[in-house]
Design a protein around this ligand. Structure first.
Ligand code: FAD
Length: 539
């Protein structure tokens, strides 16, 4: 039969008195130890078989008893270790301060709990989760210590691995140039990285996650719920964010992925409860956007200058045809007069006149053939804010070069109108061009241009005002007439800009006028209907 540590102890030490002292009065006499079934022997068997390493020592940590599990955990059989100090288990790596604290605690009659590095009999180290309790005799004096420990090396390694993985993930996430955030199903931020934290102060919009979630939900509508329910991700959702005063607007691209995690708290131990999280990544794409915008503006400049070139060739040719028509009409009238007077006498002259007319008509026909076609542009929903923004960029150099203070106040949620992007760009380019000329010509000192957009249920409004010399009241009705200019000698301008502007506004069924109530310069007020469908294509 297997000889237990208890039987070994009984043979070599006064173990019964040790146990007896540990549980005074609980089991009655310790004399019943030998193989009986009293509670006392049950207790002893329990201690012997309990799956935790138990040792009982005297006041100096000399080992008097160990159970079976102790032998399993430490590798020491009772005969190897009884009579030895517990320090045989010490790996000598545990800091002195830990032992000092251990002894200070147990000598103060308190229970000590902690983790030590122990050495197995075979030499390998293991992590011991140790509890030491002092045992007091009837006089309240410490008589023994009882130690209980478990080998928690595997759990410790698993914990460390989880911590290492977390640190690794955190360092990977932190080194990412993208702002990342994990949000729970109540929109609370659970985890974020350095770049996300930087956004908090950079954006000045409160919690950036809440701000972007709001934008995403608004933009995606029902699709958001659908993707969330099916745990399908999304990406490339781009938003333009107006920055703090004086700074340029920024662009961000958002991507997201939902994932589920099993709940860890005790309530969910037997139920398979999981919680949904969203990993949201927010990338600042302002630089790429600006590059694209610059490219777009360059293209627009080319398109607009080509459009301008075509229109000026048209105007020149039409003007020339008009000019030729006047002498041609006079020649035709002269021919009629000569025919009436004496056709026979003036036959030679009549022939010459007819030849001139013929050549003139040929010249007009040739010129008409040379008139270039204006490109027709499609009618599509147009974002007027975007057009005005582009027009401002197109005039960037003139604005900055002349030190003009531009107040750009777009309505945030401006509805689009149906129209031709090109024609509307030409319209606002013309009006802004005029405003820049006006403020540059002003001698009042303040050089300011203010552009605002607004809308009500039926109309969209644009206002472009400047602090230039303004247009005198009596001339206001004439500025929309062809070849009329308020400039001295007309400069290089032919006085056709506002005619064209009015034509474009008319094509869009809109209305343009000069605000009579504004007296610090000139303010053009333009309005467009919001609900018209029948524009077709515009040239
Ligand atoms: P030691 O010279 O033994 O002691 C180091 C320091 O501990 C001393 O400087 C002193 O501050 C303090 N100290 C030691 N003995 C006493 C004492 N009798 N009274 C007051 N202070 C004292 N250690 C382990 O490493 N692993 C174990 O699993 C373990 N289990 C224990 C179980 C019990 C029930 C008890 C009572 C102690 C246990 N110890 C254990 C502690 C062990 O007794 C040693 O103190 C420890 O191992 C350090 O041993 P050491 O040889 O490095 O230094």
């Amino acid at each position: 039969m297997k000889k237990t540590s208890l039987q070994f102890l009984q043979a070599h030490t006064n173990m019964t008195s040790v146990i007896g002292e540990l549980v005074p009065g609980l089991f009655g006499s310790a004399a019943n130890f030998n193989g009986d079934t009293t509670p006392y022997s049950l207790f002893v068997e329990t201690v012997e078989q309990v799956p935790i390493a138990i040792s009982i020592t005297d006041k100096k940590a000399k080992i008097l008893y160990v159970n079976e599990e102790f032998s399993k955990v430490t590798g020491y059989k009772p005969e190897d270790i009884l009579g030895e100090n517990e320090s045989v288990l010490s790996d000598k790596r545990t800091p002195r301060a830990v032992y000092y604290d251990l002894w200070h605690t147990i000598r103060s009659k308190k229970v000590w709990r902690g983790t030590l590095c122990n050495r197995h009999k075979s030499g390998h180290r293991y992590i011991a989760d140790l509890t030491i309790a002092p045992m007091l005799n009837e006089q309240g004096v410490i008589s023994h210590y009882i130690g209980m420990h478990r080998d928690i090396t595997l759990a410790h390694e698993a914990d460390k691995r989880v911590i290492n993985q977390k640190l690794l993930i955190e360092s990977v996430i932190n080194s990412s140039p993208i702002a990342m955030v994990v949000i729970d199903d109540e929109d609370k931020v659970i985890l974020d990285n350095h770049n996300y934290k930087a956004l908090v102060s950079d954006l000045d919009k409160g919690e950036p996650a809440a701000y972007f979630l709001h934008l995403l939900r608004e933009e995606m509508g029902g699709l958001w719920m659908e993707l969330q329910t099916n745990e399908q991700g999304f990406n490339n959702r781009e938003f333009r964010i107006e920055s703090k005063a004086g700074r340029r607007a920024r662009w961000f691209s958002c991507a997201g992925n939902w994932f589920k995690e099993n709940e860890v708290h005790a309530d969910a131990f037997f139920d398979n409860v999981s919680k949904q999280y969203l990993i949201l990544t927010i990338t600042d794409i302002s630089r790429q956007r600006r590059q694209m915008e610059e490219l777009h503006i360059q293209t627009l400049k080319t398109v607009m200058s080509e459009d301008e070139r075509v229109r000026s060739i048209r105007e020149t040719l039409l003007g020339a045809i008009h000019q030729i028509h006047m002498p041609m009409n006079q020649i035709r009238a002269a021919e009629q007069i000569l025919k009436h007077k004496c056709e026979a006498q003036n036959a030679g002259l009549l022939q010459i006149l007819q030849q001139i007319q013929h050549s003139g008509e040929e010249a007009i026909a040739t010129m008409q053939n040379c008139i270039p076609e204006i490109l027709q542009t499609a009618v599509i929903p147009v974002n007027i804010n975007q057009i005005l923004h582009e027009v401002l960029l197109l005039n960037d150099q003139r604005i900055w070069g002349n030190g003009i203070d531009v107040h750009w106040q777009p309505l945030a949620e401006l509805p689009s109108i149906l129209g031709s992007e090109n024609r509307l760009r030409v319209l606002f380019h013309q009006l802004l061009d005029n405003a820049i000329d006006a403020v540059c010509a002003s001698d009042t000192g303040e050089q300011r241009i203010k552009i605002t957009t607004d809308a009500d249920a039926d109309l969209l409004y644009v206002s472009i005002e400047d602090t230039g010399p303004g247009i005198p009241m009596e001339k206001r009705s004439k500025v929309f007439e062809p070849f009329y200019t308020t400039r001295v000698l007309g400069g290089h301008k032919a006085g056709m800009g506002l005619v064209m502007a009015k034509e474009i506004v008319n094509q869009h069924h809109g209305f343009i006028d000069i605000d009579p109530s504004y007296d610090q310069g000139c303010r053009f007020k333009i309005s467009f209907p919001l609900h018209r469908q029948e524009l077709g294509r515009l040239g």
